[in-house]
Design a protein around this ligand. Structure first.
Ligand SMILES: Cc1ncc(COP(=O)(O)O)c(C=O)c1O
Length: 453
């Protein structure tokens, strides 16, 4: 039996101490690995408080850490592993291919299958081109938009994450200390060192769920804005859901102003058989996809109407990379998407709804400042400043979240055998049973009570 704290005992210090003790070998690996890889791993987002948790292997809905602990995986590689780990359909498809070799300077037909699946499911897609990450595909989508409009600037939302590109690393988290301007007219702020100062001039930042302000800003910049890139529900920026009416308004505005609308479905494609845009009933000009569509292997894709992949006003848009359309990723992706059929998406979404409803109603009945939100099989949880607070934007989240409680909750979940994302996000996987969902809900309730007691 794990050494559970008694009621009232869960504080950030006590949770952190238990975490360091339980995942001691991971801490050592971080320190040892730092001699060669700064920080011990190449992905900053893997940091989970004091250090990342190193994994030995995964099976179904569970991870097995280097310490030998079993964790029920509610992280799923930032939502990517929608079928959990080592799914037999994906594994068998890969093993069948592997004896043929790994990569060639020649195309193979596998990418056609995955592209066909995406074109059949996502209304906006007549053609699809692949890369190795959604970061690359976001860059490609912007280049396609620029080529097709002859304009330069991009517009993005405060709180929107679209990968590593310089322009996308602006205003992901608008820390108030950086004076990001008033909420109705945000000012671009870099979220990393190393962004050239001129990049700020090529990006227009928009406020979430405020159509009037977006209209004003987009009208002001329409003459030089090539595209607007957006998520319907943010992920890295917290599970902020955009209103249906707001998104329809953005669709109309971009059409009227000659701005290419790009919906980034890297995370949200899993939330509906036709992508979250299918549920919203909105058809963008271009779509970026990633994560899920590679079945756990590295991939990114841009889809859209055929005209976008022909000659743009400024010439042909170059698109190439050593591993683009890689057979292993496209084989795994096609197998994954075949399993993720309409019924599976719906079942996983119902499980997500259960967590949101049961935890939020339970907290509201007790007047606890805790809330679960989001859409489909991807959700967010927050300790807020007061009961009943509903976030409408990433700014709200930063202003009203109780960061200490958020951290305490995440560490303590890991201490008790459940692995959520560090920043208040949860992603379900296909092998999860209703009993796994029960475990998540009851463990979360225990910890919330102990933190707030
Ligand atoms: C919405 C969104 N777009 C793009 C990306 C970048 O994807 P990748 O890590 O594959 O480059 C991410 C990654 O989390 C994402 O959440």
């Amino acid at each position: 039996m794990p050494d559970l704290p008694s009621r009232n005992a869960t504080t950030l210090d006590s949770a952190t101490a238990r975490f360091k003790d339980k995942f001691r070998r991971s801490g050592e690996l971080c320190a040892e690995g730092s001699r060669f890889v700064p920080g011990g791993y190449s992905r900053h987002s893997l940091t989970f408080g004091p250090h990342a948790i190193f994994v030995d292997h995964g099976q179904g809905a569970r991870l097995y850490t280097v310490e030998g602990h079993e964790l029920l995986d509610f992280h799923n590689n930032f939502s990517c592993s929608v079928l959990g780990h080592n799914h037999p359909r994906i594994r068998d498809a890969l093993l069948e291919y592997v004896p043929k070799g790994f990569s060639f300077g020649n195309p193979m037909p596998h990418e056609h299958r995955l592209a066909q699946i995406l074109c059949e499911r996502v209304e906006a897609c007549e053609r699809v081109i692949f890369s190795c990450s959604a970061s690359e595909s976001c860059l490609s989508a912007v280049r396609i938009a620029r080529a097709n409009t002859g304009k330069n600037r991009i517009a993005k939302f405060e709180g929107g994450y679209h990968g590593l590109g310089d322009e996308f690393m602006l205003s992901l988290h608008p820390f108030t200390a950086l004076f990001p301007g008033p909420a109705h007219r945000p000012v671009p702020v870099p979220n990393t060192a190393g962004i050239p100062s001129h990049v700020r001039d090529s990006v227009v930042i928009l406020p979430q769920n405020d159509l009037e302000s977006c209209a004003r800003i987009l009208h002001d910049h329409a003459a030089d804005t090539a595209c607007l890139i957006m998520e319907l529900m943010t992920s890295a920026g917290g599970a902020i859901v955009l209103d249906r009416e707001f998104v329809r308004g953005i669709r109309e505005l971009t059409r009227k102003l000659g701005i290419v609308m790009i919906i980034d479905e890297t995370v949200t494609l899993r939330s509906h058989y036709h992508g979250l845009q299918g549920e919203y009933g909105v058809v963008p000009d271009l779509v970026v996809m990633g994560k899920t569509i590679g079945g756990g292997l590295p991939i990114g894709a841009v889809g859209g109407r055929a005209q976008y992949f022909e000659m743009g006003e400024t010439g042909q848009v170059y698109h190439s990379g050593t591993h683009h359309g890689h057979p292993l990723a496209t084989i795994a992706g096609a197998a994954c998407m075949e399993v993720l059929d309409e019924a599976t998406c719906a079942r996983m979404n119902r499980q997500g709804d259960r967590i949101r409803k049961e935890l939020s109603e339970w907290a509201a009945a007790r007047n606890y400042p805790f809330h679960c939100y989001g859409i489909g099989s991807h959700l967010g949880y927050e300790f807020t400043d007061r009961p009943g607070r509903v976030y409408r934007s990433c700014r709200d989240m930063l202003a009203y979240s109780d960061e200490e409680h958020m951290q305490t909750f995440a560490f303590e979940m890991a201490n008790r055998g459940i692995f959520p994302m560090y920043r208040g996000l949860v992603a379900l996987s296909e092998p999860m049973t209703d009993a796994d969902i029960d475990t998540f809900i009851s463990t979360a309730r225990d910890i919330v009570e102990e933190i707030l007691a």
